[in-house]
Design a protein around this ligand. Structure first.
Ligand code: NAD
Length: 415
């Protein structure tokens, strides 16, 4: 199998689940393909007056458990196969957490670093206009992912409202609080990830107080993971990186100042807060916890042999290939898998939908408490399932999730 094709990895995981759950081949075939997908051209008037056409996608993978849900990615590497893979992961993630939602994903192949703010706004509005008839609060609900944020969600909400003549907040999540967003959504993925890491650390005998942490990625997930590492778990972040490079300081990094540096200069490179390292060197550092929080397939057969962490916590989606995972397993390095570890974002997005639909507002404390309960109870359920059947956490999480999807498909009479 190709070590670098993300959708192939995801399909392979379905095959493994089929073996564990004795799923019939015809049912497995349904689980290995998206239900519906839309390919769109996204025309955008650029600041110089010319029109550029970007390629966009929206994939609804499986809606047996409810309307589909998943982020929108703006990144040069967006293409249909990785959108399919990410949509499948959303399906398993929502099912694992027993949310009444299916899985979807969308994206546009573009480089946000090359767009002005006005061009980014026009791209966001143009994309949502193209996919508007395909989505909706009872059909498919987008959210932020790599390259998009709450401002992009607000523009999309506004464009959709103009088209439909109604402001339906629950059509999109990850919005600013002023337009129906939820408290805590901004750092929900990172916060939820740490709640899961706390549970796993206990199981694997890792004392989090002063444990060292290396984090790849310094965006919504990576930066918030770095900011919360100390306050939530007492850990010391010794290294972080973004797409241009990283920084290492064994005494612990000042994350607040690094954030300022990145805001000022656009990258982590060149700060005087530690020594410069490459983003691949970061993955091989001697740190207790390694958090890939950037893109898929960061840990492959090429570098898995050099990973020295005691626990890999997948805050990103799909950061470890199948073959790399086998290497890590042979070397006794456990993985806290993506659909279990980074579900905080979709869990709080679900809370946002509940608040929108009931015209309610939950305070920070309530969201924190409910998020922590969701993360810890799901972790414990997966860990118990893994122990009972002698499976890895990934295999336990995926089998449990796929089982819930099959159950819904059976209940609806699809299979
Ligand atoms: P983001 O766009 O806010 O940040 C991505 C970060 O990754 C940036 O700092 C970028 O510079 C960095 N990066 C890109 N390529 C890199 C490389 N090769 N090495 C090091 N850094 C690199 O995106 P995000 O929302 O933080 O998402 C990160 C990951 O988390 C993705 O896998 C995403 O699917 C996943 N995720 C995000 C959410 C969410 O709520 N945003 C929820 C669940 C999972």
């Amino acid at each position: 199998m190709d070590d670098s094709n993300f959708f192939e990895t995801v399909k392979q995981q379905v095959c493994t689940c089929s073996l564990d759950l004795r799923i019939a081949p015809d049912v497995e075939a349904i689980l290995k393909m998206p239900m519906q997908e839309l390919h769109v051209s996204v025309p955008v008037r650029m600041d110089d007056g010319t029109i550029r056409v970007f390629l966009g996608y929206r994939v609804q993978y499986n809606n047996s458990r409810g309307p589909t849900k998943g982020g929108i990615r703006f990144h040069p590497d967006v293409q249909i196969d990785n959108v399919r893979a990410l949509a499948a992961l959303m399906t398993w993630k929502c099912a694992l957490y027993r949310l009444p939602l299916g899985g979807a994903k969308g994206g546009v192949a573009c480089n946000v670093k090359e767009l002005s703010r006005n061009e980014l706004e026009r791209l966001s509005r143009s994309y949502i206009k193209e996919i508007a008839y395909f989505i909706g609060p009872d059909r498919d609900i987008p959210a932020p992912d790599v390259g998009t944020n709450e401002q992009v969600m607000a523009w999309m909400l506004d464009e959709y409202a103009k088209m439909t003549g109604t402001t339906v907040f629950s059509m999109i999540t990850g919005k600013p609080v002023s337009v129906g967003g939820s408290a805590v959504r901004e750092d929900a993925t990172a916060r939820g990830g740490w709640y899961a890491v706390k549970e796993a650390a206990e199981d694997y005998g890792i004392d989090l107080k002063n444990a060292t942490v290396a984090i790849q990625g310094f965006g919504n997930v990576g930066m918030n993971a770095a900011l919360l590492a100390g306050p939530l778990c007492g850990c010391r972040v010794i290294a972080v990186s973004d797409s241009r490079g990283g920084v290492l300081n064994r005494d612990g990094l000042d994350i607040g100042r690094l954030r300022e540096h990145k805001k000022r200069t656009g990258s982590l490179v060149g700060s005087d807060l530690g020594s410069g390292i490459t983003t691949s060197e970061l993955l091989e550092l001697d740190a207790d916890i390694l958090i890939p929080a950037a893109l898929e397939h960061a840990i492959t057969v090429r570098n898995a042999g050099n990973v020295r962490a005691r626990l890999v916590a997948e805050f990103a989606n799909g950061p470890t290939t199948d073959k790399a995972e086998s290497h890590l397993a042979m070397r006794g390095i456990p993985i806290l898998p993506d659909i279990l570890c980074n579900a905080g974002g979709v869990v709080v997005s679900y809370f946002e939908m509940v608040q929108n639909r009931t015209m309610d507002r939950w305070d920070e404390k309530m969201v924190h408490t409910r998020l922590e309960t969701a993360m810890t109870t799901t972790y414990r359920m997966v860990a118990a399932f893994a122990r009972e059947h002698a499976l890895t956490l990934r295999r336990a999480a995926y089998s449990s999730a796929v089982g819930h999807v099959v159950e819904a498909m059976q209940a609806r009479g699809w299979v």
